[in-house]
Ligand binder design. Structure first.
Ligand code: B1M
Length: 213
């Protein structure tokens, strides 16, 4: 699909206005928002990641591409979150301490909202203490943690330990995700679930809550 290929290209080049226009065009031409997200914006970000890894581009270039991704997301967000479903429960979401990556976490939040969950987004670089305080304040059914750096993944265990030390562990279901996170890691730290992407995050949570899908 030509629009999606152009979208990938514009995102890689960090052309935020073009990304917004192409996203809008895709919507107008009837492409499903999830397809625009996966095959346009996320696919473009994957190319950016690869270029960054290979030393072809640097952090500022990645930030410019991330800004372009947000321009597309601003258009898709209301469409992805469109839902008549009443609140299925509260979800606390955050990227763990030391980690500033929030694009994937934001996507998880959007998909959760779309599935009828009330999302309390704590942002990025969230300490274990902040997670615990939010659990005490909001009493969520789900605590979702994201990490994109191998060095910050361990922060997920710290959050679980802190929740446990406050006697709250049995009250919440802990879901983890992010590029370096695996099912094996989730099992090792005692999380209740792992999801590879934003769409499966929703189905995993529903499965854990025994909500019919
Ligand atoms: Co950085 N970065 N970054 N970065 N960055 C990565 C993650 C990296 C893989 C790039 C690379 O080397 N190829 C690498 C990590 C290596 C590692 O540790 N394994 C890396 C690095 C090294 C760094 C810095 C250290 C670079 C530096 O300064 N030298 C630095 C660290 C800063 C910090 O956090 N303290 C850094 C900084 C940045 C920017 C600030 C420039 C920017 C972030 C902007 C932002 O988020 N606001 C950035 C970006 C954009 C990336 C890449 C290019 C893209 C990440 C992204 O947004 N992907 C990334 C390379 C890559 O992953 N290809 C890279 C798109 C997003 C939709 O995917 O976040 O994976 P993702 O989310 C997915 C799934 O993982 C899953 O669902 C999402 C949607 O399907 N998911 C969950 C995520 N969270 C979930 C939670 C769940 C369930 C599923 O349940 C709760």
């Amino acid at each position: 699909m030509e629009i999606l290929a152009s979208l990938v290209e514009s995102l890689v080049e960090g052309q935020n206005e073009q990304v917004a226009q192409l996203t809008q065009k895709g919507v107008q031409e009837g492409l499903p928002p999830l397809e625009i997200l996966n095959k346009g914006l996320i696919a473009g970000m994957e190319v950016v990641g690869q270029n960054f890894k290979e030393g072809e581009i640097y952090v500022p270039d990645v930030l410019i591409a991330a800004r372009a991704m947000r321009a597309g997301m601003d258009i898709l967000r209301p469409l992805l979150a469109e839902s008549d479903v009443p609140s299925t429960g509260k979800v606390i979401l955050g990227t763990v301490q030391g980690d500033l990556h929030d694009i994937g976490k934001n996507l998880v939040g959007i998909m959760m909202e779309g599935a009828g969950f009330e999302v309390i987004d704590l942002g990025a670089d969230v300490s274990a203490d902040k997670f615990v305080a939010a659990v005490k304040e909001h009493r969520p059914k789900i605590v979702g943690m994201s990490a994109l750096l191998t060095v910050t993944m361990v922060g997920m265990k710290s959050v679980l330990d802190s929740i446990e030390s406050q006697g709250l562990r049995q009250d919440v279901i802990a879901l983890v995700g992010g590029a370096p996170v695996t099912q094996k890691f989730a099992d090792e730290i005692g999380a209740d679930g792992y999801a590879h992407d934003a769409v499966s995050a929703v189905s995993k949570v529903k499965e854990l809550l025994k909500i019919e899908q």
